[in-house]
Ligand binder design. Structure first.
Ligand SMILES: NC(=O)c1ccc[n+]([C@@H]2O[C@H](COP(=O)([O-])OP(=O)(O)OC[C@H]3O[C@@H](n4cnc5c(N)ncnc54)[C@H](OP(=O)(O)O)[C@@H]3O)[C@@H](O)[C@H]2O)c1
Length: 308
């Protein structure tokens, strides 16, 4: 079969022949890949930067996909750490890490959205005690995951959703998706009274947002849960010590490990249904798998979806 094969951590994968996959064990199944998203997780696992990265090469990247199973059914599957990912004509899935999709489901839409949407869906439903009526700030709201976080916070009953980022022209699109307010670092104090922060940016950007927000809080003893989800501005953030003393701030992370795999998996069906219903705006950019090398380094604000 044909697959995208990565032979070095510092070079894009190459589209070439690869041995056919073989299933082993009762829960494994060889499936046909229909559409696989090129997510940040895919790239950072493949370049060795992610905490779940392995060190063995060559490997076929791809952490998830919409697939056609042996019985002809459509599934969304998330792969565990493996050297045979989803950027291939066929791969092996663990059926327990997959969910059946309705026959008419759009593979490209689901493949583009599940990973970025899962980040806020799981954070709000599994990582913290989130209740309808809470106020939410999304930092990095102009990205794929952030844009979906705005919509998901709204769907899950947030009373107010504030979208923050660095690009005012991109922020301007967010009220149409459910944001009540938008702000940059300059006016981040507008989010002073939120209950939850969903942070996709971290680094200096988020650290700089903390004191202006916290010191402007009407009630600094009101709990504020800052959920660290992504690290687009850097893997470390110089969190001011005063941030931790001046308000009732709690910083937690949400991702593989801080949320058990069984909780992620339990959320797959309801999230797939929500995406399929059209309730979340998804911006996929389908590209043939044969063009994986160009896609790997492409800069686009849409989510690239590779089609074997
Ligand atoms: N923990 C989880 O469960 C989970 C799941 C999915 C994704 N993630 C992580 O979430 C993050 C965002 O993913 P995504 O799919 O939304 O990515 P994306 O579509 O590429 O969007 C990136 C976002 O980060 C912003 N950004 C990038 N560099 C920045 C900087 N130096 N300063 C301020 N803002 C910056 C971008 O702003 P502009 O629009 O201005 O460029 C945009 O809002 C990634 O780190 C990803 O790995 C985590």
């Amino acid at each position: 079969m044909r697959a995208a094969v990565l032979s070095a951590f510092d070079a894009p994968p190459v589209y070439r022949d690869h041995p056919e996959p073989v299933a082993s064990g009762d829960d494994e199944m060889v499936v046909r890949v229909l559409a696989a998203g090129l997510h940040h997780l895919t790239r950072s696992k493949a370049n060795g930067a992610h905490y779940s990265s392995g060190s063995a090469l060559p490997l076929v990247p791809g952490v998830d996909a919409v697939v056609r199973d042996e019985a002809g059914q459509l599934r969304y599957a998330a792969l565990d750490d493996t050297r045979l990912g989803t950027f291939a004509e066929r791969t092996v899935i663990d059926v327990r890490r997959s969910v059946l999709l309705p026959d008419g489901a759009d593979p490209v839409r689901i493949a583009a959205a599940m990973n970025p949407a899962m980040s806020s869906w799981v954070a709000l439903r599994r990582r913290i005690a989130f209740h309808p009526g809470r106020r939410v700030l999304v930092i990095g709201a102009t990205g794929n995951a952030g844009r979906m976080a705005v919509q998901i916070a709204r769907l899950l009953g947030a009373a107010q959703v504030i979208a923050a980022g660095r690009d005012e022209s991109r922020l301007a699109a967010l009220p149409a998706l459910g944001a009540d307010l938008t702000c940059t670092l300059d006016d981040i104090a507008c989010a002073a009274d939120v209950d939850v922060v969903l942070d996709y940016v971290w680094g200096d950007f988020s650290a700089a947002a903390m004191l202006p927000m916290l010191t402007a809080r009407a009630d600094r003893t009101a709990p504020l849960t800052w959920v660290q989800i992504g690290s687009m501005a850097g893997p470390t953030a110089p969190v001011p010590s005063a941030a931790l003393r001046s308000a009732r701030l709690q910083i937690v992370g949400s991702g593989i490990g801080s949320v058990p795999a069984r909780d992620f998996l339990a959320e797959l069906p309801s999230l797939a249904e929500t995406i399929e219903s059209g309730a979340i705006d998804v911006r996929p950019r389908p590209i043939p798998l044969a063009e994986v090398a160009e896609a790997w380094t492409a800069t686009t604000t849409d989510r690239i979806v590779l089609l074997p």
